[in-house]
Design a protein around this ligand. Structure first.
Ligand code: B16
Ligand code: MG
Length: 218
């Protein structure tokens, strides 16, 4: 039987935590006297926590000391976690369970490949943690997307060569990382934004099990 490695990004693919990142970053930015819009939040998707804060400070023409930077990072995460702690299975995005169920039925291994250091907490909150054969997140990588490191580690842990891996991603940097890893990239989101992906779908309601079956076969 053909075996492929399926790798899922977390935020924007399995759950929409971007709305919580937005609330936490907005509060932090506004407290510093910096404006922060939803459009700017889009630019932080898939970007690490450190890089996100660097960008916000840059947008606000603000510089802080190393200690202040560390304190701001901590503050943002504490605030973000208050939202994460309210999460339940109801927040799993539409038709994600349908695809995960199908992969299990077909005995296809799947992993998580996320930039988030909170990935395990989130997967626990939405009761998906036991389903993933491997979880690679912000605590396991040294290079952020678009570097392929996160997906290459996931492939290794799944014991599947990169060429036989399929990545679901909602961020441009993530699609670039999947392409750089020589994996099949599936963009979840807008066609105009994710044009570098091999396939693009609005969300999982547009992805049929027949399509997944075809990916397994090829
Ligand atoms: P944390 P993903 C990313 O998750 C988010 O898209 C991005 O906005 C966030 O800054 C990053 O995780 C780090 O998250 O602060 O929880 O470590 O899309 O790679 O699953
Ligand atoms: Mg994402």
């Amino acid at each position: 039987m053909n075996k492929k490695g399926f790798i899922f990004d977390l935020d924007g693919v399995i759950v929409d935590t971007a709305k919580y990142h937005f609330l936490a970053w907005k509060k932090l930015a506004n407290d510093l006297g910096i404006d922060f819009s939803e459009t700017q939040n889009e630019e932080l998707k898939g970007v690490s926590r450190v890089k996100s804060l660097e960008k916000i400070l840059q947008w606000g023409n603000t510089s802080v000391s190393e200690e202040q930077f560390a304190a701001l990072m901590k503050k943002k995460n504490t605030d973000y976690l208050t939202y994460v702690n309210t999460m339940t299975e109801d927040e799993i995005l539409a038709d994600v369970p349908k695809i995960l169920h199908y992969l299990k039925e077909e005995k296809q291994p799947f992993a998580l490949g996320s930039a988030s250091k909170n990935a395990r907490t989130i997967l626990e909150k939405v009761a998906l943690i036991k389903d993933f054969k491997s979880i690679v997140d912000g605590t396991n990588v040294s290079k952020a997307k678009p570097d392929p490191e996160v997906f290459l580690i996931a492939a290794k842990e799944l014991n599947i060569v990169p060429e036989d891996c399929i990545v679901f991603e909602d961020s441009v940097a993530g699609i670039q990382a999947a392409n750089a890893a020589n994996m099949i990239s599936i963009g979840i989101g807008k066609k105009e934004t994710l044009k570098e992906a091999d396939y693009i779908f609005k969300d999982f309601t547009e992805i049929s099990t027949a399509f997944i079956k075809q990916l397994i076969k090829n």
